[in-house]
Design a protein around this ligand. Structure first.
Ligand code: AMP
Length: 365
């Protein structure tokens, strides 16, 4: 293949970010380091990302006039969460490069499309099926066995929009619980995976097709929200190789430009099954800010700006701990350990379960 010259965005260019949360904030900080400025587009005033960015637009994602102005003001657009309406990304893409592409966003917004995509490129997932009526549920539960999980196809995150079907669950009652979601976005049933642990891998792919992958990390949840990430994941080399291979393969097949975070289950017999995809920096990659050669946020900016990707090597082992709600109140105390790094997101109100910040403990030998 003839090598193609890629002109990176010049310093001074403006990175447009849809979404104003902590992922956008840390991406904007990385963009600034590379000489870019950021323009945040989000519906909430004073959001974490706007606090560290030169420009912001506070408008709804369906505001066509605001989107048109935003498109004129930026050189490339990315997003920091995947529930941006697809039409917003598609509208912007007519005027300015959107990376990762709206097509990728569309796949990652919907569990059925995600799993269908994985299946189409021979990447294993839990058994799954679209459920459109109670009859389907009865048939598929008989096929997958109990327990199994009903999930809304869209807009569920951190365990929201899920119903566990246990040994004694009444299927008609479970279906009734999901009826609204089924009508709105569709519902899928997944076979229950008796996993040994949950891991994730973040892969970056540049404009020219180069890929870099971070080491698999181990994710521990509390109340369905990520609590801790252990770096690296405590898995065999075989599992790590399999997980990295899946990440590289998906990045290639989905024609990624940017980052793709892949959550996976690892079973006792060393199967690696994909659970979810996110086309953006990921909470489980926060350790890279302090313990990798190139952070996931810098890598994201490099990829979407057409710069060469950085090395993803891990400098030390680490444990990243999310600070949820009130946990952030006494967070500065963690700094009494000189190997702990503290990141706070500038959120005023500590609602229960809200991600307020994180610490990364560097495990130096
Ligand atoms: P999700 O919203 O798909 O990330 O699911 C939230 C959490 O529920 C996951 O992190 C798992 O701990 C659990 N979970 C989701 N799907 C399955 C499954 N098919 N089998 C077992 N556990 C699951």
């Amino acid at each position: 293949m003839a090598s193609q010259t890629i002109e990176p965005l010049a310093p001074g260019a403006v990175i447009g970010i849809l979404g104003g949360g902590q992922l956008g904030r840390m991406t904007a900080i990385a963009a600034a380091q590379l000489g870019y400025s950021s323009h945040i587009y989000c519906p909430e005033a004073g959001a974490p990302a706007t606090q560290v960015s030169a420009h912001s637009t506070v408008a709804d994602y369906t505001d066509q006039a605001a989107l048109a102005e935003f498109a004129k003001a930026v050189d490339v657009v990315t997003y920091e969460f995947e529930n941006v309406p697809f039409v917003a990304a598609e509208t912007l893409a007519r005027h300015v490069p959107v990376r990762p592409s709206p097509d990728i966003l569309r796949i990652c917004q919907n569990r059925l499309r995600e799993k269908d995509f994985c299946r189409s490129v021979e990447v294993p997932t839990a058994p799954y099926a679209l459920i459109t009526r109670a009859q389907d549920l009865h048939e598929r539960v008989a096929e997958f066995g109990r327990p199994c999980i009903l999930k809304t196809a869209e807009l569920g995150y951190d365990g929201k929009g899920q119903v566990l079907i246990g040994r004694d669950s009444d299927l008609d009652a479970a279906w009734a619980q999901m009826a609204d979601a089924a009508a709105a976005t569709g519902v899928i049933l997944e076979g229950f995976i008796d996993f040994r642990l949950e891991i994730s891998v973040i892969v970056a792919r540049g404009l020219g097709g180069a890929r870099q992958v971070y080491v698999p990390v181990e994710n521990q949840h509390k109340n369905h929200i990520l609590d801790q990430t252990i770096v690296p994941a405590r898995v065999s080399q075989r599992v790590a190789d399999k997980a990295e291979g899946i990440a590289r393969h998906l990045a290639e097949k989905i024609d990624l430009v940017g980052l793709l975070a892949i959550e996976m289950f690892v079973t006792a017999d060393e199967q690696v099954l994909v659970n979810e995809l996110a086309p953006r920096p990921h909470n489980s990659g926060h350790w890279t800010l302090d313990a990798a050669v190139t952070s996931q946020f810098e890598q994201c900016v490099r990829a979407i700006a057409g710069l060469p990707l950085g090395a993803t090597d891990r400098l030390t082992d680490a444990v990243m701990k999310n600070l949820l709600g009130d946990e952030a109140a006494g967070a500065q105390a963690a700094l009494s350990d000189p190997n702990v790094k503290l990141h706070l997101y500038g959120k005023a109100e500590a609602r229960p379960g809200r991600k307020m910040g994180h610490t990364t403990k560097l495990i130096r030998r």
